[in-house]
Design a protein around this ligand. Structure first.
Ligand code: AHM
Ligand code: MG
Length: 342
């Protein structure tokens, strides 16, 4: 609340934060506000998905060969449209597009940033009314002039200047970081504004929720199987067995664990040796948020944020959440390696 005793909106908050940084130009703030605007439009469509003929699949496949649903395309289009007209974004890479696009409008001539995004994650949940989300990641462009190049997008996650997600759930929230803490805003439908509801979110150091698609158990490596058994055992520490919670929507699973404490795992499997999730669009932004909130994100051995991307759509295993829980998984994976090494 501010001194007039009303909620601070996202726009007000980003402007207030800017004042703390005398050299800030305001461009990043504008970019985040543009994403917030696109999110409101996507939210409107997500909310009426059950009512109109926007529900269902287009019948086409995205470049990973997965079925694309109409709202994915809509969300992609809205994000691009707001980013283009906002003037702060020089290029966009999206899970829904095979190639990145260079933004070449009059207003974006001096744009310093590129955006990587998953415009609608967890879209297989749309037609069953389960929470889904949009994920975004912002980098400073490396190329200085002209159209953006692949090196602008293929940067390590630790180079992100901002990242966040929007969760379309029982209420809609936008959660973001610019590297100075993680802040959450809840959409107040009565005024159409994201209002500050969760300032400086910290993920509990430890938790008692684990989120994993246990249906793939037989395909996991031994270290992950051992960790799952550990979660299920009655522990001398009072919190085990842990609760298994898996929505199958990364944003929703991550958001719950961020607030309550917990761990989300999408490890490698025998059929998907790099896991399922994409480094640029899903893992890097979530990893920055997790670390900014005091948690951890690894691929099993290394920090997600330290991975050098080689291609736009590459995948990586992801283990993310409360610090102590992620460290525990790492221990199990190391033990497995030691056993294999004899
Ligand atoms: P998507 O980008 O095609 O929606 O896939 C990503 C989603 C994540 O949100 C979720 O955690 C995961 O896929 C679920 O996968 P699975 O059904 O294999 O457990
Ligand atoms: Mg996705």
């Amino acid at each position: 609340m501010n001194d007039t005793n009303r909620a601070i909106t996202l726009d007000e908050f980003v402007i207030l934060r800017e004042k703390d940084f005398p050299h800030a130009t305001g461009d990043l703030s504008k970019l985040i506000r543009d994403i917030g605007l696109a999110a409101k439009i996507i939210n409107r469509e997500v909310n009426k998905a059950g009512l109109v003929d926007i529900l269902g699949t287009t019948g086409s496949n995205n470049i990973q060969g997965e079925e694309v649903q109409k709202l994915d395309i809509f969300a992609n289009h809205e994000m691009i449209s707001f980013l283009k007209s906002g003037g702060q974004c020089a290029g966009i890479a999206s899970e829904e597009m095979e190639e990145f696009i260079s933004v070449d409008t009059m207003v974006s001539r001096n744009a310093k940033y590129v955006v990587c995004m998953d415009p609608l994650d967890g879209s297989s949940n749309i037609d069953v009314n389960v929470s889904i989300g949009s994920i975004f990641s912002i980098y400073g462009r490396i190329s200085e002039i002209g159209p953006v190049t692949s090196e602008d997008f293929l940067q390590k996650g630790l180079k992100q200047v901002a990242a966040g997600y929007v969760i379309y759930g029982s209420s809609t929230m936008l959660v973001y970081t610019t590297g100075f803490g993680v802040h959450g805003f809840t959409l107040d439908p009565s005024i159409g504004e994201f209002c500050l509801s969760h300032k400086n979110i910290k993920i509990p150091e430890d938790g008692c929720i684990y989120s994993i698609n246990q249906g793939y158990y037989a395909q996991f490596e031994e270290g992950i199987k051992a960790y799952i058994r550990y979660c299920q055992e009655l522990g001398s520490d009072t919190s085990r067995p842990y609760s298994l919670r898996y929505i199958g929507s990364l944003v929703a699973d991550f958001h719950r664990n961020l607030i309550k404490g917990g761990i989300y795992l999408y490890p490698r499997t025998t059929t998907a040796p790099n896991g399922k999730l994409r480094l640029l669009y899903e893992c890097n932004p979530m990893a920055l948020l997790a670390e900014q909130a005091g948690g951890l994100a690894i691929d099993g051995a290394s920090s997600i944020l330290s991975l050098q991307p080689e291609t736009l759509h590459e995948r990586t295993p992801l283990i993310i959440g409360s610090k102590r829980m992620v460290e525990k998984v790492k221990e199990f994976l190391l033990q497995e390696q030691e056993i294999l090494a004899g």
